[in-house]
Each structure stands twice: as structure tokens, then as C-alpha cells.
Design a protein around this ligand. Structure first.
Ligand SMILES: C[S@@+](CC[C@H](N)C(=O)[O-])C[C@H]1O[C@@H](n2cnc3c(N)ncnc32)[C@H](O)[C@@H]1O
Length: 226
């Protein structure tokens, strides 16, 4: 039912209470969580009716209508926060994910499982500056590499470095983690080289230095062969 990206999201769900999937589209994730016993109940939420209809069809197809509720909602606005222990926001840009979290304060006791498609560094910065801790991060690979972030609200801001913005809490233990790290490093070095060509040498140096730091970290894992 799930690809590697959504499986990596499912793997971070605590399953202690209701799981809310914001921007569910097809509803595969909440259906999987409940049918596999990884969450007792789930909410499949989407801002648009066409994706929500797709989710409703799948909820009915898998006979999960009593346990997975479909809700039309902009972010978490229309969701009841009672007994919610996990909020998943996957397949959206980092800026939109940060906005949805900022508008969902009633849910701050839950774990936030976040899978940004773009601007992950913006999302991490927002988390660090708004009282969230990144507890862990994992990598998945389908056609592309993806990161999944598990964030918890502590109320304390986290001082961060450039490395933390671009590599987050990714480990360097597996081939997929190292592959994700090296892909990040490649993107940053391309950006740095582009900036160097346009004459912005300070910013170019910054990106090239983050790229080197991430490459070295990825290769360290390779050498220790964990
Ligand atoms: C690319 S799909 C991702 C689907 C699924 N989460 C996944 O990762 O495979 C993005 C979904 O987010 C929904 N969406 C966009 N903005 C939203 C918002 N503010 N609140 C809830 N859903 C939103 C869209 O309608 C769309 O169904």
C-alpha cells in the first residue's frame, strides 16, 4: 500500500493515540496505519474535495470507515485535537508545513512527522526558532531521496548551525542515509558554484563549505562501515 517515502513516515508514528494525516490525498497512510494496527484511529484531512473524495473511496474500500475519519480542513483547523498523538504532514513544501504547524498550537503535545518535498532547511529553521526539537530524521529512496523529520515541541529554541539547517539530524549509518547526505551536498555545491559565477563570493563560500562538511560527514559513516 505504501512506497518507501510514506513507509518511512509510518515508521515514526508512536501509535499511542489518533494519527492525523494532513494533506492526505489518497488516504493511503491513515488506512495503512489503522489496518496494520500501527494506530488505533486516524484522521485523513485535506483542504481540497477531490483528494478527500479519493481518501473516502479508499477508506471504504479497505472497510475502515469506523476507524479512519475524513475531514475537509485547511491544515489542522477543523480537526479535534483530543487524543491526537501523531500529526503527519507529508508531500508538501517546507514553508507550507511550517505554516500549518504554526496554526496548530492545540496539537503541540503530539509528535510531528514531517516530510518536506522542498525547502527542508526553511522548515528546520522554523522548528529550531519556534520551540521544537528535531528528535530524529530518516532517509527514504524511491525515484528520489527524501527526508522524514520527527519533531517535538519543548518550548525551548535550539541554536543551530548551517550544517543543522541542511543535514538536520540525519545519521550516516546506511547507504540510503549517506546517499541522501551526498545528494544534499551536491545540490549545495551546485548552488555555491552558481553563486561564484555570478560574483557573490561570500555566499558561494558559505554553500561550498556546508557542502564539504556534509560530504565529510557522509564519508565518515562509510569509513566506519556501520
Ligand atoms: C502532493 S499531495 C501529498 C499527499 C500525501 N500526503 C503524500 O505525501 O503522498 C499534497 C496534498 O496536500 C493537500 N494540501 C495542500 N495544502 C493543504 C492545507 N493547507 N491543508 C490541508 N491539505 C493541504 C493537497 O490538496 C494535496 O492533496
Amino acid at each position: 500500500m505504501l512506497d518507501n517515502r510514506l513507509s518511512a513516515c509510518a515508521e515514526m508514528v508512536s501509535g499511542k493515540g489518533t494519527a492525523v494525516d494532513v494533506g492526505t490525498d489518497h488516504g493511503y497512510l491513515p488506512c495503512y496505519l489503522v489496518s496494520e494496527g500501527k494506530a488505533p484511529k486516524a484522521v485523513a484531512a485535506d483542504i481540497n474535495t477531490a483528494p478527500l473524495d479519493r481518501a473516502v473511496k479508499n477508506i471504504e474500500k479497505y472497510g475502515l470507515s469506523g476507524k479512519v475519519k475524513a475531514v475537509l480542513s485547511d491544515g489542522l483547523k477543523e480537526i479535534d485535537s483530543g487524543n491526537v498523538t501523531d500529526v503527519i504532514i507529508a508531500g508538501m513544501g517546507g514553508e507550507l508545513i511550517a505554516k500549518i504547524i504554526s496554526e496548530g498550537k492545540d496539537f503541540y503535545s503530539a509528535g510531528f512527522i514531517l516530510q518536506p518535498m522542498t525547502k527542508a532547511e526553511h522548515l528546520r529553521k522554523w522548528l529550531f526558532e519556534n520551540g521544537f526539537e528535531i528528535e530524529r530524521e530518516s532517509a527514504a529512496k524511491d525515484e528520489f531521496y527524501y527526508t522524514v523529520i520527527l519533531a517535538k515541541y519543548t518550548g525551548n529554541n535550539t541554536p543551530y548551525s548551517d550544517f543543522m539547517l541542511y543535514a538536520g539530524k540525519m545519521r550516516n549509518n546506511t547507504e540510503i542515509e549517506r546517499g541522501w547526505l551526498l545528494k544534499q551536498a551536491e545540490k549545495l555545491s551546485k548552488r555555491g558554484n552558481g553563486l561564484a559565477k555570478s560574483g557573490d563570493t561570500d555566499e558561494a563560500r558559505r554553500y561550498l563549505s556546508i557542502s564539504d562538511e556534509i560530504t565529510n560527514y557522509a564519508k565518515q559513516g562509510e569509513r566506519t562501515g556501520v
